[in-house]
Design a protein around this ligand. Structure first.
Ligand code: RUQ
Ligand code: CUA
Length: 629
């Protein structure tokens, strides 16, 4: 089936499913759940329990992109089923796909790259603030990296280490006109030139916001800031990026960091910074060529033209722009029971000289509960904030919070629901885009305690699914997950169009194709062994149930490169190349070329076999490497 047919098929199935639901609408409301809520479009039996259940063979309505936390990967879940569909290895070694082992993945990772990571914030690229399904970007807090994943083949194609900072935590994307820039927030403060000088002088420690070109993945600029950067988000005009900024006291220890009642939300004027860089008004640090501008308050007399520091209580954490127009930005207070609502247009007024006090950009500061970490939205003017300490999600109305801030007697809290337990991130369907639809919300709980069968001291995390279509929130699913996904997002199934098989001209293995061409080898047809001094290149095809080469001979100490091209054309007929006792196994999906290089240092007979069950004769799909002593 072609990609297009597949998508049509998918939407047809969705259509059938939806019409089946509306066909019985009006059959009556189930009792007990919020009479007078928006339940009337639901069938009776569904309202009792099961409308969120995705039947076997049915497809989900959303793709969910989940960070894999300290597993270093990114996962794709179907929502609302919460079925795990794929793990995309990024900063880790993956035994199944050979990520971190194949030459193709090593080219993306870089030679000698650390093979672990800590992913936090997956972000899917935009065109005009709608998801365009091209890329997913992800940060590595552990090794200060940012990766880009191609969403056609679901493999990372660029990974870059950010210089001059330590720990990339917040990651966000330009929304308008499209994702041309990626913003990466450096968290820990270190000496600007971290070469061993100033070890004992924390007054010399700083961090920076980094801006990457989304296409080339090169760093366009870095901006030095006051405080530690945490989470970040952009506006809906393409001009600003904001980050929460804790440790304004520049402490080295916990008590020192917790001193101030207020830290900041810092807003960067991207065109102003880029104008300075274009004018040559920047420095560089150490060996790095990246232009660095100074956005600290101390560097500016009078008004800071690069950054606006809005005092925000207290160790603020999540920064989330409200869809669909992006009018407000909500910063969750973490150590303060409040959220701070900042109006983006007022941020513009401040930079343009119209406002004097940075706090004049604040239009509300509602009390929401204990430990507010992140905020997400529906399409009806409501915000949903995760409360870590209360183990709750609180739903509140943004315009009512603004009225209350302006002195009106109005209750802005709409609902609260218990979650299990100690929630961190929270994300509603399409809530970071113009297309926010107010249907589902994921509550990423840091503790699961008693919610699942015990499996030893390491507990699953619990990613819960909440129906937010009604006045009251309704918990509909518990989802155990591995190794702390920090963040997740959902996009509509029709917003992604992944490939079903590779195309032979895919850039992911273009360098391997070029190597074959230089050897005079046509990958699609040739099964050849080329010797070049002590380097041996073994080219073979794979067509179920055969490897094109079933025996090859090398000498002990040869550097061997094995290149396998899967000439099957039927989707899902994948092969694997596994070389026994050599720590080698990798994927070769239909029409893909994969390769690996190693030193043959063990004389003897070594079998290789296909590791992906592909055919009734899959077990027989094998061959021998003969290593002469
Ligand atoms: S952070 S629990 Cu890494 Cu996204 Cu807030
Ligand atoms: Cu090819 Cu199993």
């Amino acid at each position: 089936m072609s990609d297009n047919e597949n998508i049509k098929d998918l939407s047809r199935r969705k259509f059938l499913r939806n019409s089946a639901v509306t066909g019985v609408a009006g059959a009556g409301l189930a009792g007990g759940f919020g009479a007078g809520t928006m339940m009337s479009s639901r069938p009776a039996e569904a309202a009792q329990n099961n409308e969120h259940h995705v039947e076997p063979g049915e497809l989900d309505e959303y793709y969910g992109f989940w960070s894999g936390g300290h597993s270093g990967e990114v996962r794709i879940l179907g929502v609302p089923s919460m079925r795990e569909l794929l793990r995309i290895p990024v900063f880790n070694v993956d035994s199944a796909t050979g990520w971190g082992i194949t030459n193709e993945s090593k080219r993306v990772l870089g030679e000698n790259a650390p093979l672990n990571g800590d992913t936090h914030h997956p972000k899917v690229s935009y065109t005009d603030a709608s998801y365009d399904g091209r890329y997913c970007f992800i940060n590595d807090k552990l090794n200060t990296r940012v990766a880009r994943i191609r969403l056609d083949i679901m493999r990372a194609d660029k990974i870059i280490t950010i210089p001059n900072v330590q720990s990339i935590h917040g990651l966000t994307l330009q929304r308008v006109p499209s994702t041309e820039r990626v913003f990466a927030a450096g968290e820990m403060i270190v000496p600007l030139n971290n070469n061993g000088d100033y070890l004992d002088d924390p007054s010399q420690y700083w961090t920076m916001m980094s801006c990457l070109d989304a296409e080339t993945m090169e760093i366009k600029w870095q901006a030095i800031v006051d405080g530690n950067l945490d989470n970040c988000d952009t506006d809906y005009t393409g001009r600003f990026v904001a980050a929460s900024c804790y440790n304004s006291s520049r402490g080295m220890t916990l008590p020192e960091m917790m001193g101030p009642e207020r830290d900041w939300t810092v807003f960067f004027d991207v065109p102003a910074i880029e104008a300075a860089v274009a004018a040559g008004d920047y420095t560089t640090i150490g060996d790095s060529q990246v232009p660095v501008v100074d956005a600290r308050e101390q560097a500016h007399e009078g008004r800071n033209t690069f950054a606006l520091y809005v005092p925000t209580p207290r160790s603020p954490h999540g920064v989330n722009t409200m869809p669909p127009e992006g009018k407000y930005c909500v910063v969750s207070g973490k150590l303060s029971p409040t959220c701070t609502v900042i109006e983006w247009s007022r941020v513009g007024e401040w930079f343009d000289g119209g406002l004097d006090d940075p706090r004049d950009t604040v239009v509300a500061e509602p009390e929401v509960g204990l430990g507010p970490l992140h905020t997400t939205y529906d399409n009806r003017g409501n915000a949903y904030t995760s409360l870590f300490l209360d183990s709750q999600v609180v739903k509140w109305n943004v315009e009512d919070a603004i009225r209350s801030y302006n002195g009106e007697e109005v209750n802005y809290i709409r609902d609260r629901i218990d979650v299990h337990y100690n929630i961190g991130h929270i994300k509603a369907s399409l809530a970071c885009s113009r297309d926010v639809d107010g249907k589902y919300l994921t509550a990423l709980c840091k503790f699961s305690k008693d919610r699942f069968l015990p499996v030893g001291p390491m507990h699953a995390e619990n990613d819960q699914l909440i129906d937010i279509t009604g006045e009251q929130m309704k918990l509909v699913h518990d989802g155990p997950t591995y190794a702390e996904p920090h963040d997740a997002l959902m996009i509509r199934a029709d917003q992604l169009n992944p490939s079903q098989i590779y195309t032979r001209d895919d850039p992911y293995f273009a360098e391997t194709v070029a190597m074959a061409e230089a050897d005079g080898v046509t990958l699609e047809t040739d099964n050849k062994v080329i010797r070049d001094g002590n380097k041996v290149r073994v080219y073979m095809t794979s067509v179920a149930p055969n490897f094109g080469t079933t025996e090859f001979r090398v000498k002990r100490g040869d550097e061997v490169t094995i290149v396998v091209t899967n000439m099957d054309t039927i989707e899902d007929v994948s092969h694997g190349f596994a070389l026994v006792n050599h720590g080698i196994n990798f994927e070769i999906h239909p029409q893909q070329t994969s390769s690996v290089t190693f030193v043959a240092d063990k004389p003897g007979v070594h079998w290789y076999y296909c590791s992906w069950f592909c055919h009734a004769l899959h077990m027989e799909m094998s061959g021998r490497m003969l290593v002469e002593a």
